[in-house]
Design a binder for this molecule. Structure first.
Ligand code: ATP
Length: 239
């Protein structure tokens, strides 16, 4: 489904990712773990066209998407729920959700029923339904995080990138976010997940890659990584 080969990317003079290769098979959940600054967010940004890769290939369902801008990447079927809950603060919850479907409506993907998809998002996130006319900027942090996920799902993506969906959330909401990720997994939504809670991420994922200084250091089935002493010592301590 998503095939990344020799991806390099960075900011200005600095190269952060030095030739990453990994895959996310259809219907699977893959997690990228690694310490702060390893390049997880940069990987997500490069995949979604927020920054342009320096070299390498990113194929989504066989189609090369590296070099496309973020709107065209979304039109191709990749949705990104970025770190830091980027919602449109002056628009309502409902309008934020509707805008999530926009790239799909302007591309060649099936149009589908936007209102029905909004209802699906509300079913996943009942709090959003209660607040559907509220301006997104006045939502709590946790609610904004849910809105960012709901909006990404409105694309009906071939793959959903979730960057730190639990960041800044109270423990109860962190559980809620993981419950939703599990539910999406049951619905066969293909996901690439970056999480500060590496143990929890490996608990829900099928496969994991460990990034270190912009390179993949370890990879394997999630259950195997979770029990690997070297991985635990380096990355999972304290979780
Ligand atoms: P964390 O877990 O702390 O979020 P990460 O693995 O997601 O870390 P990145 O955010 O991808 O790491 O950062 C990788 C490196 O790129 C870091 O050294 C960071 O300082 C640098 N970096 C990130 N964003 C920028 C930017 N906009 N401009 C310049 N350097 C950046």
């Amino acid at each position: 489904m998503l095939e990344v080969a020799n991806l390099s990317a960075g900011y200005g003079q600095i190269e952060v990712l030095h030739g990453l290769s990994f895959q996310v098979p259809k219907g699977k959940v893959v997690t990228l773990i690694g310490s702060n600054g390893a390049g997880k967010t940069t990987t997500m940004r490069a995949l979604s066209g927020m920054i342009q890769p320096r070299s390498g290939s990113i194929k989504l369902a066989g189609r090369e998407i590296s070099g496309l801008d973020s709107h065209d990447v979304a039109r191709a079927g990749l949705a990104h729920s970025p770190e830091g809950r980027r919602v449109f603060p002056t628009l309502s919850v409902e309008d934020n959700l509707t805008l999530g479907a926009f790239p799909r409506l302007t591309g060649s993907r099936p149009k589908g029923d936007v209102a029905a998809d909004r209802e699906r998002a509300y079913a996943l996130f009942p709090r959003l339904k209660e607040r559907r006319l509220q301006l997104a900027g006045t939502l709590s942090g946790g609610e904004q995080q849910m809105l960012a996920m709901g909006r990404a799902l409105m694309l009906r993506p071939d793959i959903l990138l979730l960057d730190e969906p639990s960041m800044g959330l109270a423990p109860k909401l962190v559980e809620e976010v993981f419950r939703i990720i599990r539910q999406l997994k049951e619905e066969q939504v293909t996901m690439l997940l970056v999480e500060q809670f590496a143990m929890a991420a490996l608990g829900v994922a099928d496969y994991g890659y460990v990034l270190e200084n912009g390179r993949i250091r370890f990879q394997g089935p999630a259950a195997q990584l979770k029990s690997d002493p070297a991985v635990r010592a380096a990355y999972l301590g304290g979780d």
